[in-house]
Design a protein around this ligand. Structure first.
Ligand code: COA
Length: 179
């Protein structure tokens, strides 16, 4: 397996085309697997972890990461975000998603010095993150939207300890769009 980390600004046209093909395979235009996220405004992640089965092959799995200074119970906290997690439907349950997530978590902890990780996911993907050590956040998550600050209730919120014990209760404010 070939795992690389690409900053959004360094993506080549080929990377972009491959990511587009992966997204279309995971979320076909017929809407059969579309999430409910279309109603919200989202932040783009900043770096992509991509997994290829051969060095110059197609991107088989992707995890996006970002870091943001947020608040937990009013105190500053540097949160590492994960988004855009997807594996080619023909290549699932072979460990590619786990590989991409493991590298993404390393980048958040070691390169971006995030204190803990946070992601949101549908119920259908929750078990995948549970297997990777993520916990359910049982408190309140607040985010910005174009019409103001709002409580995020659409998806499950999962958190992972990186550089400090992760809180599973309280109020987290992402101080921006969700990811
Ligand atoms: C979720 C997803 C990324 C998993 O990718 P994958 O490459 O198949 O995952 P892996 O093969 O690395 O799986 C790692 C482990 O999680 C398990 N797993 C995979 N998907 C799972 C799911 N949806 N629910 C529970 N467990 C799951 C695997 O069986 C494997 O278990 P093991 O440790 O016993 O071997 C993939 O199914 C996908 O792209 N889904 C559609 C998009 C999506 O829902 N993304 C998440 C949005 S938040």
């Amino acid at each position: 397996m070939y795992v690389s980390v690409i900053a959004n600004c360094d993506r080549t046209d080929r990377d972009r085309e491959q990511l587009q093909r992966l997204t279309e395979a995971v979320y076909p235009a017929d809407g059969s697997t579309a999430g409910a996220g279309g109603a919200l405004s989202w932040s783009n992640t900043e770096l992509s972890v991509v997994v290829r089965e051969v060095a110059d092959g197609e991107i088989a799995a992707h995890v996006g990461v970002l870091v943001r200074d947020c608040l937990h119970n009013g105190h500053p906290v540097r949160i590492g975000g994960i988004g855009g997690v997807k594996t080619d439907p023909d290549l699932r349950t072979r460990g590619l998603g786990r590989l991409a997530m493991t590298r993404g978590v390393e980048v958040l902890r070691d390169d971006l010095t995030a204190e803990f990780g946070l992601l949101v996911c549908p119920e259908s993907a929750s078990g995948f993150y549970d297997r990777l050590g993520w916990q359910d956040f049982r408190g309140e998550l607040w985010v910005d939207q174009p019409n103001g600050r709002t409580r995020f209730t659409m998806n499950q919120v999962k958190v992972l300890s990186l550089r400090r014990e992760v809180p599973v209760t309280g109020i987290i404010d992402l101080l921006g769009f969700p990811w």
